[in-house]
Design a protein around this ligand. Structure first.
Ligand code: E4P
Length: 217
């Protein structure tokens, strides 16, 4: 499973990418607003840090406008992936951008049928929003399972990018359900490595080691 970082915070991306665990980045207009910086400048900086796909979202609502914005965003760097919403206009823009060789992430996916359409439009990635479905009282992970099954049934190449991840359990369940990628907020990525028994075990090993009076180097 690939990990994308779900943030537009360049400092966080730089720090996490040093772990070697970061395969890409996703941003959205809300994350750009939170970063409080120029959109194009931020995307360019992120693309210089991370080799993998960096999603940058269009804000036009008509296909033509999305395509124009998408081309501008794609020109920032070779690893920009243009993000379009899962609307009919977004699907038209997706088809057009993909045909011109630009990678597209179709976002705001909340149903298996929407994901089916994204794959038929040639999307490079589809982003089902797990956490936002959970917020409505339903189980977001069921959507990942359904999309995985449908894409496998028809051998679609579109990658399933589990998004709106809120917890470490979301990451585990998305991996079990066969998501190709999880885009994870920085704080949740850091939590993935933690386990109280690891900390306790390490403390005990080191205490016993010090009793030996030895050093390795
Ligand atoms: C990623 O592509 C999405 O924009 C993001 O995961 C949305 O997460 P949220 O529902 O926590 O805002």
């Amino acid at each position: 499973m690939k990990f994308f970082v779900d943030t537009a915070d360049v400092a966080e991306i730089r720090e996490l990418s040093e772990s070697g665990l970061v395969d890409g980045v996703t941003t959205n207009p809300s994350l750009i607003a939170k970063a409080g910086r120029d959109f194009v400048e931020v995307v360019a900086e992120i693309c210089a840090i991370v080799d993998g796909p960096v999603s940058a979202e269009v804000t036009a609502t008509e296909a033509d406008g999305m395509v124009q914005e998408g081309r501008k965003l794609a020109a920032i760097a070779d690893n920009v992936t243009v993000k379009v919403p899962l609307t009919m206009e977004g699907l038209k823009a997706c088809r057009s951008l993909v045909q011109s060789g630009i990678q597209v992430n179709v976002t705001l996916c909340f149903s298996a049928n929407q994901a089916l359409l994204a794959a038929k439009a040639g999307a490079t990635f589809v982003s089902p929003f797990i956490g936002r479905i959970d917020d409505t009282g339903l189980d977001g992970m069921e959507l990942i399972e359904e999309i995985r099954q449908i894409y496998d049934n028809y051998e679609f190449d579109t990658e399933v990018l589990a998004a709106s991840i809120r917890t470490v359990n979301h990451v585990k369940l998305a991996a079990l359900a066969g998501a190709d990628i999880a885009t994870v907020p920085p704080a949740t990525i850091r939590q993935l490595v933690k386990h109280p028994l690891t900390d306790k075990g390490l403390e005990a090993f080191l205490a016993d080691w010090h009793k030996t009076g030895q050093t390795i180097l």
